[in-house]
Design a binder for this molecule. Sequence first.
Ligand code: B12
Length: 201
Amino acid sequence: MLNLKKLTQVLGELEEDEVMDLLNDFILTNPSEAEALEAVAACQAGMSIVGEQFEQGEYFVGDLIFAGELLTEAMIALKPALGSNSQGSSGKILLGTVHGDLHDIGKNIFKSMSEAAGFEVVDLGIDVAPDEFVVQAKKLNPEIIGMSGVLTLALDAMKETAEALKAAGVPSKIIIGGNPVTKEASEFIGDSNCKCNIQCS
Ligand code: B12
């Protein structure tokens, strides 16, 4: 059985070999999707430790970059347990990290989870301008538009993007996610359809 606390700890300590050994052994046990999601949450808790260490001046930007690469590697290892056979059958999601924000680890996790749930996901990448969301939404006509952002400043970009989509008459449901996304943030962004972060912090 995967030791989730240990996984969080070694990810927070950026011990790449230990993280990957734990995950590779775990995948060999053919875990269920629910167990794999627990592993994702444990990795995410490890990233919170990295963030705290950065705030306290113990880690530097280079450590953040390394943490990002490590989490991406961890998610690739977990992907087989998060997979799905029914891709696209639940609908289409247009996804991107909003303008000014270059963080994409959370977005990529959300993408993997959505694909596992049977959605087709069109990923616009990072630093996506409001106009680009509008152009692609008109072209692809997705049921859902997902905006991701981790910086506090991303909330302004989400608001701007939601307003641009509304002004252009795009009918898709908008969902938002990322660390600064709270119920209050959803209200600030101004769309009662906005759902808070899947962790609902
Ligand atoms: C890794 C990291 C980086 C990496 C990013 C690598 C990458 N490819 O993404 C790098 C090194 C590039 C980076 C850069 C910077 N970073 Co940084 N970074 C982090 C760190 C450590 C982890 C972020 C992360 O990936 N978390 C893990 C993921 C899984 O969590 P998540 O994004 O919240 O996603 C989950 C949910 O929110 C949700 N979700 C996410 N998106 C979506 C979308 C939808 C639609 C839904 C429904 C759900 C959903 O699902 C995910 C899974 O549960 C955080 C610290 C922290 N504790 O968060 C700082 C942090 C976000 N960074 C910070 C800062 C300051 C910066 C820099 C300005 C540093 C600098 N001086 O240059 C730059 C900014 C560059 C820019 N313009 O964006 C600050 C932000 C402060 C703030 N309040 O705005 C933080 C909080 C660190 C800190 N404590 O100071 N960073």
